[in-house]
Design a protein around this ligand. Structure first.
Ligand code: FES
Length: 142
């Protein structure tokens, strides 16, 4: 069993993870070159990107989604939305005492994107391969 703090939400076990606990070293290869991640057009327009904690691990793999240029989305950071990978407002329920807020984002052009579902990515809201690390993969759940 891992040593991550376990949080019970409803009947499903979730694991609360601080970003510093996950992947002290990079767990994916960039092939020697800088990996290019999609750009969040709204990245500099809000402070949500600066949140220090990550949400609970919802899934151990990313979610592929068609996104439209010019359309605004809210990516769930807390990991408790039932409409993953997007926010459904669950973080506002006071009984859960959730401190994370969703990440508002917009893509530069329409297309297929991989959105992080483990909620541990360092390139919110896009998957950066962090889900492959042992700390994420050995957690219970999906
Ligand atoms: S699903 Fe989170 S980094 Fe890939």
């Amino acid at each position: 069993m891992n040593n991550l703090p376990k949080v019970i939400l409803g009947r499903l076990p979730f694991y609360a993870v601080r970003s510093s606990q996950v992947c002290a070293t990079r767990c994916y290869s960039t092939g020697g070159n800088e990996t290019k991640f999609p750009k969040n057009v709204l990245e500099n327009l809000n402070t949500a990107q600066e949140q220090q904690t990550n949400g609970v691990i919802y899934d151990k793999k990313p979610f592929r989604m068609e996104l439209e240029e010019g359309k605004r989305y809210s990516w769930c950071l807390c990991g408790r939305s039932k409409g993953q990978p997007l926010c459904d407002g669950t973080h506002k329920l006071v009984q859960y005492k959730i401190t994370q807020r969703p990440i508002r984002f917009q893509v530069e052009k329409s297309g297929t994107y991989w959105l992080c579902n483990c909620k541990q990515t360092k390139h919110r809201p896009f998957c950066d391969g962090t889900h492959k690390c042992e700390e994420v993969q050995k957690t219970a759940g999906k």
